[in-house]
Design a protein around this ligand. Structure first.
Ligand code: MRU
Length: 345
């Protein structure tokens, strides 16, 4: 099954509940914007491209839920309010707002709520289908960069579970394996929510790709020992000066640079944001309990506070190449950001 898709019969959104993996492969089916927003906040559905698809379908859910209640400007206002509510759930991943805006703008061009619902659904389904194509393109471009036999370090989960299928960073690995390369993966556990040990390890094992989990803090040691040939990660937002990705990514980039190991970022073009720079981006701060409690067990004394940023920013000078669906870009990345501005005007 896909990570996220539309159930045409039930007129609802269905996605894999990633908080339950790897122990249980459960799905969530929802018809409610509020339920979807809760699911996004809790990381039931997560990863930049999957959030883009979820945001798009969130607008569809909103259109459907308001179509019978109100028409005209009241319908528009209600859907726009839902869109803002969804957008606020996770501030760093640019694809969430991108997916919401793309479907919202399409829907708002229509005269009636019924037409808006149909147009919104078509657009959200287009985003879903495009994601699969784009990830395969990223995979093919990226696979060419990897040696025939190599060990790749990845952080967090930028795989099928973070997209619709295939994945970005893991798409590069899948495409390389498909092309006959012998790739094994070291998956950083990615504390505190363990997207690496729970999700990356799960999906690579299911595909028969050799994978081992390492503590996040072991990466530098393994690089020093010559056990890592390349780092491939995804991105939540790429500004003209930095790549935002799961916290810890910056640390890996510094270590890779120090050891002359290529550090690749794989992301769809929609992850680019040239509207500002690193300083303009809000880094999501997550709840204390993610650090203080694990499996119901208290890990910290009461009263001790936390600093728990979900993402960090890696300066582009530390990134060997950015692999997109439109090709591979290298420092200083002017061509990448310039192309993006041109396309947007
Ligand atoms: O907090 P998460 O799990 O949504 O963070 C996800 C990541 O940082 C991924 O690496 C990123 O979204 C790229 S997914 C292709």
């Amino acid at each position: 099954m896909r990570t996220i898709t539309w159930d045409t019969g039930a007129q609802g959104l269905i996605y894999i509940n990633q908080t339950r993996l790897p122990a249980e492969r459960a799905t969530v089916e929802t018809h409610s914007v509020t339920r979807l927003a809760d699911g996004i906040r809790q990381l039931e559905v997560r990863g930049a491209p999957a959030l883009g698809v979820a945001g798009g379908y969130g607008v569809v859910l909103s259109c459907l839920s308001h179509r019978k209640e109100v028409a005209g400007q009241a319908f528009r206002d209600a859907v726009e309010m839902d869109a803002e509510y969804l957008r606020a759930t996770r501030p760093t991943a640019v694809n969430l707002g991108w997916g919401i805006d793309r479907v919202l703008q399409t829907a708002m061009r229509e005269e009636t709520p019924a037409a808006a619902c149909d147009a919104a659904l078509r657009e959200a389904q287009a985003i879903e289908a495009e994601d699969i194509t784009l990830c395969h393109r990223i995979g093919e471009y990226g696979a060419a960069l990897l040696p025939d036999t190599c060990t790749v370090l990845t952080h967090c989960n930028a795989g099928a579970l973070a997209c619709v299928e295939w994945g970005t960073a893991l798409g590069v690995i899948r495409s390389a394996v498909e092309a006959g390369k012998r790739v094994s993966v070291l998956s950083c556990e990615t504390r505190p929510l363990n997207q690496g040990s729970r999700l990356t390890a799960y999906e690579l094992q299911a595909d028969g790709i050799p994978v081992k989990t390492i503590p996040d803090s072991a990466a530098a040691h393994l690089m020093r020992r010559g056990m890592i040939d390349a780092v491939v990660v995804g991105a939540d937002r790429i500004t003209p000066d930095a790549v935002f990705n799961k916290v810890g990514t910056y640390m890996h980039a510094i270590c890779a640079h120090h050891h002359s190991i290529p550090f690749y970022v794989a992301a769809p073009y929609s992850t680019l944001d040239t509207s500002g720079t690193e300083a303009d981006v809000t880094i999501e701060e997550r709840a204390r309990d993610e650090l203080a409690v694990c499996g119901g067990r208290q890990l910290m004394p009461d009263g001790v506070g936390t600093v728990n940023p979900a993402f960090d920013a890696t300066p582009l000078s530390l990134v060997t190449a950015i692999i997109t669906d439109r090709g591979v870009f290298r420092y200083p990345y002017g061509e990448l950001t310039g192309m993006y501005s041109k396309d947007r005007t």
